[in-house]
Design a protein around this ligand. Structure first.
Ligand SMILES: O=P(O)(O)OC[C@H]1O[C@H](OP(=O)(O)OP(=O)(O)O)[C@H](O)[C@@H]1O
Ligand code: HPA
Length: 186
């Protein structure tokens, strides 16, 4: 893919619609942390962040999960810096053995859900005792990979728009945006 123009990248930020402020996102993450603690604090889970998008949400969640757990990452991607999905490419598989242990998969967004569905299936096949999922954002539309696909822990619901911020990118940029923004016209 060709490198986007920096002016385009700057304009996308200035023209975007702010859907959730930093404070609203932080409140949602704290709420998720409480629910995750209630469900998993006695279970000695392995927490896998789905790179790259899971970077920010996982980092902010982890320091609020004050119970024994192991944290690591996996890297699976299907958008590859574009705004539409392709087949899932596994770049880095999980590197901590989770046989007979509960696993929590943490990602930024459940959009069509192909990414999460495939990762959950992989964890079950590889012998996790239970597989939980946490996403900061659930995008509301009727194109889910399976109609019943929901994450166990969800921070915020958004309408069917292309968003960035808090780990989510627009053409590889603005994962660092301090709120949840929707791209103008998308
Ligand atoms: O529900 P889906 O439609 O499958 O999309 C959700 C996935 O897409 C994004 O990752 P992406 O493929 O962009 O990789 P990245 O995290 O490296 O940006 C996001 O971080 C999720 O993992
Ligand atoms: O709306 C989105 N924004 C950023 N990354 C994504 N990956 C799936 N959907 C999205």
């Amino acid at each position: 893919m060709t490198m986007p123009e920096l002016n385009e990248i700057k304009n996308v930020f200035y023209e975007a619609d702010l859907l959730f402020t930093q404070q609203q996102v932080e409140d949602a993450i704290s709420h998720m942390a409480k629910d995750i603690t209630d469900a998993l604090s006695q279970l000695n889970p392995v927490v896998f962040s789905v790179m790259n998008g899971g970077l920010v949400i996982t980092g902010q969640l982890l320091t609020q999960l004050t119970f024994p757990l192991q944290a690591s990452y996996l890297h699976a991607t299907r958008y590859r810096n574009s705004t539409s999905g392709h087949t899932l490419e596994w770049k880095v598989p999980p590197m901590i053995d989770f046989q007979n242990r509960p696993v929590l998969i943490v990602d930024d967004i459940l959009d069509e859900g192909h990414t999460l569905a495939e990762i959950l299936e992989y964890c079950h096949e590889q012998g996790a005792s239970q597989v939980y999922s946490a996403v900061l954002i659930n995008k509301q539309h009727d194109r889910k990979a399976r109609p019943d696909l929901v994450a166990d822990f969800v921070g915020l619901q958004i309408p069917d728009r292309y968003i960035f911020g808090y780990g989510m990118d627009y053409k590889g940029y603005w994962r660092n945006a301090p709120g949840i923004y929707a791209v103008k016209g998308l």
